[in-house]
Design a protein around this ligand. Structure first.
Ligand SMILES: [Zn+2]
Ligand SMILES: [Zn+2]
Length: 378
């Protein structure tokens, strides 16, 4: 038997036992086709041909895959050719297939190689960095904007894109509220990529899991770059200090930065005074985007806000009206006393007039106050 016939026999009898997830599809002198599969998305078919003076020359190899990127397969082809050159003069097929199999295991990020290439090309700028860690099937993403920085570890699971990506915070000098938002929202994006929406429209096509890396990294870069220079819609000054060391984590500090439902950020004090000032009709709207302001700390309905504001204003008015009231009370007293000093020094009729005047002014004051209260309540 020739060397090729022997080798083909060997492939038929041992390939599927020795190489995990392999299936021999064709095994004839003109072509050997073997499928290697790890998951639905990590699979390829090796198409192998013998050159004229085999085994003195390396095998002719081509890879096909519906899920792995063409660029990755071309690169793999080149390294496989080099690998075969190590075994010139010997049977090469099983050695080559073992090499391909371990390549898939050692490069779990092969499943998203195309996605990573476009992320590097289109999303990552000079100040940012994306490092691949094949050993842990993860990516370290560092995003920098001014003096602010965040580093996250994104783990790509074995069954990606059908399994949910994990996002862990490794480093950040943003306030806590922001880092929680970055990580929480990233996880939400990855969840939405693998789980169908709860309310589906009847005409929607059947749900298919979508790759989540690109949308997560695009979201992180966009948000991390936006916040450091974003201005408070109320006072028009930047919300986050230019030096991250000056960030306050105290939620009652006037400069504490709050993020409201629409995504815009405010100084705590600015937001508080804005929410407490009319108009309240239709709820308070964000001056930047016009969306209604919702926040866990201020669950105010427009009516409650209106009532609170009216109450506060009434108290202010009371304080402001305090001085005129005193003047009103003092006026008759001073008038009578002046009369006494200038004319009679002190007499009984003056004292009676004084008491009468004081009581009259008091009842007049009470009546006017009641009348004003009635108007307000109407
Ligand atoms: Zn402000
Ligand atoms: Zn807004």
């Amino acid at each position: 038997m020739s060397l090729i016939t022997n080798e083909l026999q060997d492939v038929k009898s041992h390939c599927e036992d020795q190489i995990e997830g392999s299936k021999v599809i064709t095994c004839v002198p003109s072509m050997v086709r073997v499928e290697i599969k790890r998951t639905k998305f990590k699979q390829l078919t090796a198409c192998i041909q013998f050159p004229d003076n085999y085994p003195e020359q390396p095998l002719i190899i081509e890879f096909k895959s519906k899920t792995l990127a063409a660029r990755l397969l071309d690169g793999l082809c080149k390294v496989c050719e080099k690998e075969c050159k190590k075994y010139l003069g010997k049977p090469q097929i099983l050695r080559l297939l073992k090499f391909v199999s371990s390549f898939i295991d050692e490069n779990p990020l092969c499943v998203c190689s195309e996605e990573i290439a476009s992320i590097k090309k289109e999303l990552i700028s000079e100040n940012d960095d994306l490092k691949l860690k094949q050993k842990t099937s993860s990516l370290y993403l560092q995003i920098t904007q001014e003096a602010y920085r965040i580093v996250v570890k994104i783990t790509v699971p074995h069954h990606y894109p059908e399994e949910q990506i994990r996002v862990e915070l490794k480093e950040s000098n943003f306030p806590d509220l922001f880092t929680k938002f970055f990580c929480g929202q990233s996880l939400e994006i990855s969840r939405q990529c693998i789980q169908p929406p709860l309310k589906r429209k009847p005409k929607d096509p059947p749900f298919e899991p979508k790759p989540a890396l690109w949308p997560i990294i695009r979201f992180l870069i966009k948000e991390v770059k936006r916040f450091p220079h974003e201005k408070c819609p109320v006072c028009k000054e930047r919300c986050l200090p230019s030096d991250p060391k000056e960030v306050t984590e105290d939620p009652n500090n006037p400069k504490f930065v709050e993020r409201v439902y629409c995504g815009h950020i405010y100084h705590y004090d600015c937001l508080l005074s804005y929410l407490k000032t009319p108009p309240f009709q239709g709820g308070k709207k964000c001056p930047n985007c016009g969306n209604r302001i919702y926040h866990d700390r201020w669950k105010l309905t427009p009516n409650m806000a209106e009532a609170r504001w009216a109450h506060q204003e009434a108290r202010h008015r009371e304080l402001e009206e305090y001085d005129p009231q005193i003047a009103m009370w003092m006026f008759p007293v001073l008038l009578v006393k002046w009369h006494c000093i200038s004319t009679c020094s002190s007499c009984f009729s003056c004292d009676v007039t004084l008491v009468l005047l004081v009581s009259l002014t008091y009842s007049l004051f009470v009546t006017v106050n009641k009348y004003l209260d009635n108007i307000k309540n109407c």
